[in-house]
Write a protein that binds this ligand. Sequence first.
Ligand SMILES: [Zn+2]
Length: 433
Amino acid sequence: MIPTARSYRLAKARVHQSVTPGLAAISDSDGFALVDVTVTDGRIAAITPHDRAAAHANATDLGGRIVLPCFVDCHTHIDKGHIWPRRPNPDGTFMGALNAAGADRVARWNAEDVARRMDFSLRSAYAHGTRALRTHLDSVPPQEEISWPVFEAVRDEWRGRIELQGACLLGIDGVRDKKWFDALAARVAAAKGVLGVVTYMLPDLEELLDHVFAKAIEHGLDLDFHADETDDIAAISLKKIAEAALWSGFEGNILVGHCCSLARQPDLDVLETLDKVAKAGLAVVSLPMCNLYLQDRRSDQTTPRWRGVTLLHEMKARGIPVAVASDNTRDPFYAYGDLDMLEVYRMATRILHFDHPVADWPKAVAATPAKVMRLDGFGTLAAGGDADFIVFKGRSWTELLSRPESDRIVVRAGHAIERELPDYAELDELMVE
Ligand SMILES: [Zn+2]
């Protein structure tokens, strides 16, 4: 369906105004506009309102199929991915996940194991239409010495297909060992990575956060936090991060993931926190599938009563940049998943109500995470930009989000790619005891 010529025209593509700038005036109530797209030498030469009269005889008619920019997945754990067969979560709880993943890391995460599982994950993400991806990397000693060199090699190998970013991951109590943490920050800086920690309520949380910010400033690093992944209303580390950002005068990008407890806190507390988050310029990413899986998991076989996600609508209304992302895939934190950002968007639409109206929610899997990750030109369709987009079967939101769209067409630099998902059997030999 996608021509192989160096220049071609796609007629009657349905694009969304939130991720295709300049179309608001001609878009319908769902935010869609029918356009003709000209592609030349791997770039988008022009996007013009669809003109039936002017339709070229040699144009390819997309028949109103939806065309979205390639996805940007800003929060994943591809170092943990696909270990489920050898290390399942015994009870589906957060603690069960933490213990199982930790034991697997100590026992099994040599360079080859990490590299092969990472590559498997990236092949899936690429086939589904993802163009950029940030992964956290467990950096508890001695794992950082194994995983960061693997990450650098994998990033080089994937350059041009998936722009890969890495953020270190450790509990913030690990920052108490300043000598070790300072060396880690230097290592992350050497790899052009992102400084990341998991925050939870500790008596010295503020002091530890101050140190994290000081190191980020010293090395010119962006920050990425896992915060308050719990239903405990006493968990307010999101607010502490915002305060630390304001105190420190930090000017880099800060992404905060999860923030589940915020949805359980009293309204006045929530408003105070959101004011600070907005003022401090934090961006927030919700991980709807993983949070749905882990949060409100009950040991007594009773039914979960809440969805686990944070207050994205309230955040967006205040101008806080908000995203959704994959998080874990087939590991103890989430038994499922395949780094398919259409699945994430579909699930987010159901769990978080990204509909009625859809408004500009598509940005949450495209332009917004691209900005957080400092990737110019990613996550939008625009004349002059790269011809990196996905052509779906669906012609409306209800068609797009009702089926898995396994037959979507992924176009990279103007050409339809071979979309081959890796076979699970490839990992079998890594799964034996
Ligand atoms: Zn995570």
